[in-house]
Design a protein around this ligand. Sequence first.
Ligand code: NAD
Length: 495
Amino acid sequence: MEQIQNLINGRWVAAADGKTFEIRNPADRREILGHAPDSSAADVDAAVRAARAAYPAWAATPAPKRGEILYRAAELLVRHKTRLGIQVAREMGKVMPEALGDVQEAIDMTYYMAGEGRRLFGETVPSELPNKDAKSIRVPIGVFGLITPWNFPIAIPSWKITPALIAGNTVVLKPAEETPACAAQFVALFQEAGLPPGVVNLVCGFGAQVGEPLACHPEVDAVSFTGSHAVGARLAVLAAERHKPFMMETGGKNPIIVMDDANLDLAVSGALWGGFGTSGQRCTAASRLIVHEGIYDRFLARLIDGARRLKLGNGLDPASDVGPVVSAEQYQKVLDYIEIGRREGATLVYGGEAYREGTCAEGYFIQPTIFTDVQPSMRIAQEEIFGPVVCVLKTGSLSEAIRMANDSAFGLSAAIYTQNVNAAAIAERDLDAGLVYINASTIGAEVQMPFGGTRLTGLGPREAGGRGGALDLYTKWKVIYRDFSGKLQKAQIAS
Ligand code: NAD
């Protein structure tokens, strides 16, 4: 059994008051995987102080040298990919191909951000005056508080740690309480890659006891949060009151539009993996299927058939397609939403029950669940369930489908299946979401592109690479004017 510890100033330590909490395997809740520090504000304070002390030297380290350490971390992630993938499968419940995908995302991000060490481009523009330069450069911000969810327990910490470090910041990571071992193993590889003590710190524990003190700590200069909208909205206020730069990426209620000319093989496969992959626990999960009446019956029959074929099981079993949901809390929440859908008058056409067959008897397994006759105003069509539940809505036209797709508080990801180039172009233009997919499901992102959503989903710069991506959060701009005319100010302005 694993004893997870906090990482503070390069040392692995227990919580100051020695408290711990249990981590259980969601595929078999009888199995205790380990214990993690149940930390408090005192541990947060120690970690923030370490990050503060490490900041000046790290910020002064040339960015290409910081990049070399990240590059070594990426190499270590490659070497330990299988071990980390197994940890993801055990602690969070993902099936192995998805667990390895989680690690691969972190590998890609770490290599990408390592390369940024040789870019971090600023801008030079012509000055209005002779013998004068005008340029702007990116500089680090200081100490970052990073708060992450459990559903991508390796990838999301990498989305935050690597851009923060390459830009010259130091960090304190507070991972989700469901997945502290993944976070500890991930951070350990960065230490092994040669980070100086205090540059990355890890404090495990719960939101109110660790997350909030971290976000509010006066020595934390900025905060990056991924998780539920309710928590993000609260942290946004706390950060604003303290004048801290803040970003959040939160929930989704992502639609797939299936038009009557769609390639049905692609559309059904996209709906199945988008809706039920990772047991529906992706922020980009396809939870609303908006299907044209011309192919509605055929699509639905194939969707149900596909759902029936999905094999539920332990993520470590190569035969499993879909694992458990992550925790007792999540299990109950998803079952409650299924009940809400029934009461709202939607028709349950497949699933709808906990799954307890064979080796699944002691895990948090829920059947892939499909509701039809869903009205856009129903709670199951509006609220993020974050489980293997999809709502099917019928549409008669592209314009109505796009209106339905945009009728959501969230705007993370949206997809359309069509073979009509004009319909695809209109959807691309009119779908209001951070990510739009044409003939592909709502899931799957590439690290060199910015990642995030509109409306209630996202606030502040996006995650990952590219224009508008993470470096806009983890750096601030400094503008420098250099006057080499040797003239008195007044004379220079007059010339
Ligand atoms: P959550 O909000 O419950 O927890 C996220 C993190 O915040 C955890 O580390 C938790 O301990 C911490 N936290 C909880 N209360 C806190 C508080 N009062 N102060 C500070 N920190 C606190 O979310 P979750 O259940 O871990 O994750 C699921 C959610 O994350 C879903 O809504 C999903 O859509 C979202 N998500 C979004 C993205 C994205 O990029 N848009 C990616 C993955 C997950």
